[in-house]
Ligand binder design. Structure first.
Ligand code: AHR
Length: 496
């Protein structure tokens, strides 16, 4: 089979938004403890940060990091994690049935962000807390000085953090959330918190919680009701999505980006509907602040006897394979394609917990197969996102019907073109011919593919580079780029 694609620099969607390449560090399992932070590790720096993980984080090409949760934030007291370590309390973390030592908190996180070169995205607790605690946190992080909490931060040796991007709670539509709420309860609280935060700093960028997934019973209604309360006060509504292959339906799993496309389109339509009702021309964007493949280790959310509370237990340490990496690459294609409305996206999470970076306590750190499509896309995508006109054979899936086997997006930046394409078919290769004659590029600089004859191939501490990107076979002649995409593969080509 073959597919015809057309790229034209005039088919612009929006500029590539660096915030599409965000990530997420939650106090969950070993993401913080023995993930990014492990004093005593051979690579630990003076702050106890693992330098091997810092290096991999830079290589991953992430731009921002959401913190400290996740479900964790809905029971979190941020002030537990600041000041002298010896005074910090140990607490029960109900979200993950663990003990939180608070050895790592806001100030350590901010130092880690600075070292990794990342913009912080701070989530506030609207599960068990409210307006006052949000204001306190804002005063601590951002106020220059001369007030109780800004002076306290200064005593802790820190200048104002200037955090601009804030999540107003996390997944409060979910019955698993501590402090779970109805849409109206949450909408009112989020609106009043946002209104008060803006009295301190009008130019904050605020995210209201959308649904925890598009399969939630209230999906659509939740967004509508929350935005009816918050429309004037927020910039973004969140989306969360995790895709799984646990029922062995690999064809549908490979088409997960179809679900993401529909999810984003539905949330945009809902937000615009509320804008129309309110006669408000402002557009609310999307913060897709949790997305990933996640399915192998769902059982280990809170396993162990109920009376057993551990510090940093192993939780959902999914081991990803090359098929998962292809799906992840396609999800990024979907996010890029929606750059006109998706303002922020966070791959959940960064280390150990459904993560591109794995570590062993006291041991090595390595890249999961999913690391690579993310790192390559982040490195090559610059300038404007371009829609790619695609005529592709179809592939049949149980969940989404017949969908195009080939899905692609491109970016264009002053004579530099990058194409990202997947073959989602399990059946066989598709040869793509891409008309790039209007892009004015004449040579292939790089062509990389994620594919393996064994779709279950994975990496491990012992074999960290079993799955890596390999050179793709791409040819360019007379303005036509030809690439063969094997079944279940993700490819990136950059040209100039
Ligand atoms: O990322 C893991 C968890 O998934 C987050 O804590 C929560 O927000 C979501 O349900």
């Amino acid at each position: 089979p073959s597919a015809n694609l057309t790229i034209d620099p005039a088919f612009t969607i929006a500029p590539v938004n660096r915030r599409t390449f965000g990530t997420f560090v939650e106090h969950m399992g070993r993401c913080v403890y023995t993930g990014i932070y492990e004093p005593g590790h051979a690579t630990a720096d003076e702050d106890g940060f693992r330098k091997d993980v810092l290096e991999l984080t830079r290589e991953l090409g992430v731009s921002l990091v959401r913190y400290p949760g996740g479900n964790f934030v809905s029971g979190y007291r941020w002030e537990d994690g600041v000041g002298p370590r010896t005074d910090r309390p140990r607490r029960l973390d109900l979200a993950w049935h663990s003990i939180e030592t608070n050895e790592f908190g806001l100030d350590e996180f901010s130092r880690w962000c600075a070292k990794a070169g990342l913009e912080p995205m701070m989530a506030i607790n609207l599960g068990t807390r409210g307006v006052q605690e949000a204001l306190d946190l804002l005063e601590y992080t951002n106020h220059p000085g001369g007030t109780a909490l800004s002076d306290l931060r200064e005593q802790h040796g820190a200048a104002p953090y200037g955090i601009k991007l804030w999540c107003l709670g996390n997944e409060l539509d979910g019955p698993w959330q501590v402090g779970h709420k109805t849409p109206t309860e949450y909408g009112r609280l989020a609106a009043e918190t946002a209104r008060a935060m803006r009295m301190v700093e009008p130019d904050l960028q605020l995210v209201a919680c959308g649904s925890s997934s598009s399969a939630m019973p209230l999906f659509g209604t939740w967004e509508r009701d929350v935005l009816r309360e918050t429309y004037d006060f927020v910039d973004y509504i969140s989306c969360h999505a995790y895709y799984s292959n646990d029922d062995g339906d690999t064809a549908s799993f490979l088409a997960s980006a179809v679900n993401m496309d529909r999810f984003i389109d539905a949330v945009i339509a809902t937000a615009d509907h509320v804008g129309a009702e309110l006669k408000n021309s402002k557009k609310v964007g999307i913060s897709f602040d949790e997305w990933n493949v996640w399915y192998k280790d769902r059982s280990r959310l809170t396993d162990g006897p109920h009376d057993q509370w551990e510090v940093a237990p192993r939780r959902i340490e999914d081991e990803y394979n090359v098929t998962d990496a292809v799906v992840l690459g396609n999800l990024l294609i979907s996010l890029l394609r929606h750059s006109d409305r998706v303002a922020v996206a966070c791959l959940a999470q960064l280390a150990n917990v459904i993560a591109p970076i794995m570590t062993e306590p006291g041991g090595p750190a390595w890249r999961q197969p999913t690391f690579h499509p993310f790192a390559i896309t982040s490195r090559l995508a610059t300038g404007q996102v371009l829609r790619v006109e695609t005529e592709s054979p179809l592939t049949t899936t149980e969940k989404y019907g017949d969908v195009p086997a080939v899905d692609a997006v491109a970016t264009y930046d002053e004579g530099r073109l990058a194409l990202f394409a997947v073959n989602r078919s399990t059946e066989g290769p598709v040869e793509i011919t891409v008309d790039i004659s209007r892009a004015g590029v004449t040579r292939i600089d790089e062509a990389l593919i994620m594919h393996d004859e064994d779709g279950l191939a994975t990496n491990s501490a012992e074999h960290p580079d079993r799955v890596t990107p390999r050179p793709a076979e791409a040819r360019l002649q007379d303005g036509k780029l030809t690439v063969t995409l094997p079944a279940i593969s993700w490819t990136a080509v950059s040209l100039s």
